[in-house]
Ligand binder design. Structure first.
Ligand SMILES: [Zn+2]
Length: 198
């Protein structure tokens, strides 16, 4: 279920009340609606880039910038991408992000890492999760699509990219809870019999 919007809050998650920071809201709103312009001279393979905690800093910073958009929209405490600064580092959990480009902008974002505690969920709205199972799976930490690009299969493309890149099937991917209503619809379309959650 989509939480009710607070009075004075734009769908992009910005407050409308602060008269002084209108230009800040305008810029954020435009990025939320159309994505973040792709840096010049960057190579995209089939419109997709995989960024890891070991990628060059420019990519990690771009990913952090994209991660601010779902954070603001959803009112989350933390950015789903926490490897925007510092030296490249290897992480045991293989933190990674999949960025999708369209019309010269980053319009899709999926952040993931490997995790080993999951439960099965048949995706029924009232169903309980199954027994805890230990098995390493890629876990979706966040999926986000720029507002004007929603409903065009970008979420599906990103989850497929995660599964391909991780060497598993789409049904093997784990979804972080709580799964939003939009996330549940996406999961149903990709794996109608159920998904792993964590
Ligand atoms: Zn806005």
């Amino acid at each position: 279920m989509t939480p009710a919007l607070k009075v004075g809050t734009c769908p992009c998650g910005s407050s409308r009340s602060g008269a002084g920071d209108d230009s800040v809201h305008r810029e954020h709103h435009s990025e939320w609606a159309f994505g973040i312009p792709v840096p010049k001279n960057t190579a995209w393979s089939n419109r997709l880039v995989v960024v890891t905690s070991q990628s060059p800093i420019a990519w990690r910073r771009l990913t952090e910038r994209v991660g601010r958009l779902p954070r603001r929209e959803g009112g989350y405490d933390f950015n789903s991408w926490s490897h925007g600064g510092g030296e490249p580092e290897e992480t045991l959990e293989h933190f990674r992000a999949y960025l999708l480009e369209a019309d010269g902008h980053v319009v899709g974002y999926l952040a993931a890492h490997d995790s080993d505690r999951h439960r099965w969920w048949d995706l029924g709205e009232r169903s309980r999760y199954g027994e805890l199972v230990d098995s390493v799976r890629p876990r979706i930490d966040m999926i986000w699509v720029a507002e004007t690009y929603r409903g065009h299969g970008i979420g599906r493309t990103l989850v497929n990219a995660l599964a391909d890149d991780s060497g598993c099937e789409v049904a093997d991917v784990s979804w972080s809870t709580p799964v939003t209503d939009r996330g549940r619809q996406l999961a149903l379309s990709l794996s109608p019999d159920g998904v792993w959650v964590s």
